[in-house]
Design a protein around this ligand. Structure first.
Ligand SMILES: Nc1ncnc2c1ncn2[C@@H]1O[C@H](COP(=O)(O)OP(=O)(O)OP(=O)(O)O)[C@@H](O)[C@H]1O
Ligand SMILES: [Mg+2]
Length: 247
């Protein structure tokens, strides 16, 4: 299965009636088993692109070839849980066919067991993000879209959740596309880095990461990190802190 993206333009019309170009030329492909990591400056159009790829926004120029019949799950930039449903019900509603054993594994991997009966209003942002991840993985997607799933979490929690995402992504064949501002996410989770320019976003580079994700050791990670920083600085798009700190 393969996802082929060839966007040539996307504009919004402002309240004053003026066109506001958000996306220019972006084309890349991802195959099953691959994790694409999208980086680009804040406001460049990443979430807009993800909505287009998810089929939520049909008004753009270009072509997207999604694998036929692919089951899609998306983790939005904000967790978007149903406030009047418990954590468990939020997940079950999204994935009515998920069996109890599967849900138990997910709740346990994402450390949500103590929160099954809580309501979204009772959760911290970090917990709400984990519920959004559980909901996405419960669907057993063929195509998973993650929009800054680890943003605004402290470094320790982000690192733990990153490992959990890596475990879940590695647990079944799917196409994954993740947006992040964190160099750590890119080097530890990605198979292909997709570097976007400032708005209107255009593709600056795709950087395939040859070393497979699972056996990537600290030395390989340092080399990948240096490549990314070099590319990033060469393009002065500045979406990432070279120290890998979260923004
Ligand atoms: N529904 C909309 N109507 C009008 N303009 C929009 C709409 N959605 C996004 N935009 C504009 O498109 C541009 C890109 O927004 P988008 O949310 O895609 O950026 P982003 O790269 O995801 O940013 P961030 O890193 O801050 O999440 C912004 O200028 C934004 O104001
Ligand atoms: Mg965004």
């Amino acid at each position: 299965m393969q996802l082929d993206i060839d966007i040539t333009g996307k504009s919004f019309v402002s309240a004053a009636g003026k066109p506001h170009q958000v996306l220019a030329d972006i084309s890349f492909s991802l195959a099953t088993g691959e994790v694409g990591v999208v980086v680009g400056p804040s406001g460049c159009g990443k979430s807009t692109m993800l909505r287009i790829l998810a089929g939520l926004d049909p008004s753009y120029q270009g072509r997207i070839a999604r694998p036929a019949g692919a089951r899609l799950a998306m983790v939005f930039q904000e967790p978007r849980l149903l406030p009047w449903r418990s954590v468990e019900d939020n997940v079950r509603l999204a994935a009515p066919n998920a069996d109890d054993a599967r849900l138990a594994t997910l709740f346990s991997v994402l450390e949500l067991n103590a929160h099954r009966d809580h309501y979204p209003g009772e959760l911290s942002l970090g917990l709400a993000r984990r519920v959004a991840l559980a909901r996405a993985f419960a669907v057993e997607p063929d195509f998973l879209i993650l929009d800054e799933p680890l943003a605004s979490l402290d470094d320790a929690l982000a690192a733990r959740l990153r490992e959990e995402i890596a475990t879940l992504v590695g647990s079944r064949p799917m196409i994954t596309l993740l947006v992040t501002h964190s160099l750590d996410d890119a080097v530890r989770l990605g198979d292909k880095l997709i570097l976007l320019s400032a708005r209107p976003a255009r593709l600056l580079h795709t950087l395939p990461i040859a070393v497979p994700r699972a056996p990537r050791d600290e030395q390989a990670i340092a080399a990948i990190r240096a490549d990314i920083v070099r590319l990033n600085l060469a393009n002065s798009s500045g979406p990432m802190d070279p120290d890998g700190q979260r923004q």
